[in-house]
Design a protein around this ligand. Structure first.
Ligand code: AKG
Length: 205
C-alpha cells in the first residue's frame, strides 16, 4: 500500500514522518549538532564551476560530502581544518534504525545550514557507493518548501517540511530529483542565529 507522501508526490519510495522529533528532541539534537560544529566549523563550499553555495555546510561521520573545483566527492577530513569529521550523533543512528531500518548504518551525515535566502537547486544524490541504500533527511528550525520529482523527469511536487519532520528517499525514490525552493525565514526560533538546519544521512562509502 502507498504511503500518503508517495500519493501526494507521486514518487514511489518517498517516505515522510511528520513531527518525528518532538520539541525536546529537536532542542537536544540542535545542541548536539552545534557542539560538534565547534570541531568541524560550517563553511561555504563552491561548485565545480566556482560558484559559492548559498547553504553553509559541515559533516559528521567517517565520510563527509564536499564540493570544490575538483568536483563532488566524499572525504574523511574537513576541507578547511584537515581534521576528521566528528561522530554522527547516536540519536540520528537510532532514528535511521527506527525509520528506514537499513541493515548498514549511515557513514555520512551532511549538515546544511540555510540562513537568509539560502536554497538548494533540484538535484539527485549520486555520489554514494551504494545507490540502493536509502537517504534519510531531518529538518530543524525554519520551515522550508521542498520540491521532489521522479528520477526519470516529469512533474515535481512541492511540500512544506517543518521542524522535526523526517523524510527518506528509498527504493525507486533513491534517485529522485529534489531541492529546497525557499526557507520560510523566521518561522522558528530553534536554531541559534536563526534559519534552517538539515541533516542528511547516507551510506557513502
Ligand atoms: O535541506 C534539505 O532538506 C535537502 C538537502 C539535500 O537535498 C541535500 O543535501 O542533498
Amino acid at each position: 500500500m502507498s504511503t500518503i507522501s508517495e500519493v501526494t508526490t507521486r514518487v514511489a519510495g518517498f517516505r515522510l514522518w511528520p513531527g518525528a522529533l518532538d520539541a525536546a528532541a529537536q532542542a537536544n539534537l540542535v545542541a548536539e549538532v552545534f557542539a560538534r560544529l565547534d570541531q568541524a566549523p560550517l563553511y561555504r563550499p563552491i561548485t565545480p564551476g566556482g560558484r559559492p553555495f548559498s547553504v553553509m555546510m559541515s559533516n559528521f561521520g567517517p565520510l563527509g560530502w564536499v564540493s570544490d573545483r575538483s568536483g563532488y566527492r566524499y572525504q574523511a577530513t574537513h576541507p578547511e581544518t584537515a581534521r576528521p569529521w566528528p561522530a554522527i550523533p547516536q540519536v540520528l543512528l537510532d532514528l535511521w534504525n527506527a525509520t528506514v531500518g537499513w541493515p548498514a548504518p549511515p557513514d555520512a551525515c551532511l549538515v546544511n545550514l540555510y540562513r537568509e535566502s539560502a536554497k538548494m537547486g533540484l538535484h539527485q544524490d549520486k555520489d554514494e557507493a551504494d545507490l540502493g541504500a536509502p537517504v534519510l533527511s531531518v529538518s530543524l528550525g525554519d520551515a522550508a518548501m521542498f520540491r521532489i520529482g521522479a528520477a526519470e523527469g516529469g512533474r515535481t511536487t512541492t511540500l512544506k517540511l517543518e521542524s522535526g519532520d523526517v523524510c527518506a528517499l528509498t527504493g525507486s525514490a533513491r534517485l529522485a530529483r529534489h531541492g529546497i525552493d525557499r526557507v520560510l525565514e523566521g518561522s522558528s526560533r530553534l536554531i541559534p542565529g536563526g534559519g534552517r538546519l538539515n541533516l542528511t544521512l547516507r551510506c557513502a562509502g
